[in-house]
Ligand binder design. Structure first.
Ligand code: COA
Length: 325
């Protein structure tokens, strides 16, 4: 039995923070940010939360697939920034959607999380444990960013993206045909955040530095440009196809230079690597499904085309998935 992506959805917070806004907050310039990252602006949550963004993205994915929330059997939310420890974000999404039947739980594999969640849903469906799933990446990273640190605060944005996946019908070609994922815990120091404060309740004795993201940007950069092409290669091998057979690469939107370097290593034309990083920044686990939704809605992915999804994140984690659309 195969598993196909039937619908996509996404949601971005209303507020937009531009590079010019950041120039007023830290010692940076629009030119530096654009040249080093490809970003111009990002969305920042004010009233939106991880579950509210996730639920909006899910509603749009269900609508896009022509399905109803009450028939959903599994909800997996990939997130590393949910506002509450308990209940998990997926159960709160279940409540918002009224998806009574679903099994719901979260996965934290940071920016690699969406691919880990998609892989998990794929195995649930293949094993016959359920017939369909909502897979979501949702993040409010702005809550754990140090807004005085120019080396990290310019990079991230908030948002959510979702896909509705379902078991295929007999003889159907559209399905996930290859996957690969991995983790490199020995590189955990490259990108970390020690704790999470409940909104508005930070105790004065807690060192606020512990509640913020710390990153060695150049180490993360080197890890990504080395590991992602290897991971994509493994996923393509598992699908029995090569780089030339891929129509579109939907990569984690962390840095346009990282994506260009990956394209070069794979000897694939950069035109096959669409980006929305200019408008969204790095939305962590949400970046791949947000871009996928934008491409799907713009008609830029055609039925029968081969799409590779791939990303990496804190952990370090990495993954790739090959889909026939
Ligand atoms: N504005 C202006 N200057 C900045 C800056 C900013 N926002 N941030 C850093 N700089 C400065 C540094 O202080 C450094 O100055 P120095 O040479 O005087 O010490 C200089 O720019 C170069 O810094 P460097 O870190 O070498 O730049 P870079 O070309 O590696 O780009 C990143 C930095 C963070 C954009 C890049 O390393 C990157 O994208 N890494 C991956 C991060 C990532 O993807 N994280 C998420 C993973 S899911």
């Amino acid at each position: 039995m195969g598993v196909a992506i039937r619908g996509t959805g996404s949601a971005l917070p209303e507020k937009i923070l531009t590079n010019q806004d950041l120039e007023k907050m830290v010692d940076t310039t629009d030119e530096w940010i654009r040249q080093r990252t490809g970003m111009r602006e990002r969305h920042i949550a004010e009233k939106e939360t991880v579950p509210s963004l996730a639920a909006s993205a899910c509603e749009r994915a269900l609508e896009n697939a022509g399905k109803k929330a009450e028939d959903v059997e599994l909800i997996i939310v990939a997130t590393c920034t949910t506002e509450m420890l308990l209940p998990c974000a997926a159960c709160r999404v279940q409540k918002k959607l009224g998806a009574d039947k679903a099994i719901a739980f979260d996965i934290n594999a940071a920016c690699g999380g969406f691919l880990f969640a998609l892989n998990t849903a794929h195995h649930y469906i293949e094993a016959g444990a359920c017939r369909n799933a909502l897979v979501v990446g949702s993040e409010v990273l702005s809550e754990i960013i140090d807004w005085t640190d120019r080396s990290t605060c310019v990079l991230f944005g908030d948002g959510a993206g979702a896909v509705y996946v379902e078991e295929t019908t007999k003889g159907e070609r559209s399905c996930i045909i290859g996957m690969s994922q991995g983790s490199s815990g020995m590189n955990g120091q490259m990108l970390y955040c020690r704790g999470r404060a409940v909104k508005g309740e930070t105790e004065p004795e807690i060192d606020s530095d512990d509640l913020l993201v710390h990153m060695s940007g150049s180490e993360v950069y080197r890890f990504a440009v080395r590991q992602v092409p290897v991971c994509i290669g493994r996923a393509l091998d598992s699908a029995g196809i090569g780089t030339d057979d891929v129509d579109i690469f939907v990569l984690h939107q962390a840095n346009s230079r990282i994506i260009e370097s990956i394209a070069k290593t794979l000897k694939a034309d950069i035109d096959r690597f669409p980006m929305n990083i200019e408008r969204t920044g790095n939305t962590s686990s949400a970046s791949i499904p947000i871009l996928l939704d934008e491409l799907n809605r713009a008609g830029r992915i055609q039925k029968g085309q081969t799409v590779v999804l791939s990303g990496f994140g804190a952990g370090m984690t990495y993954g790739a998935c090959v889909v026939v659309w």
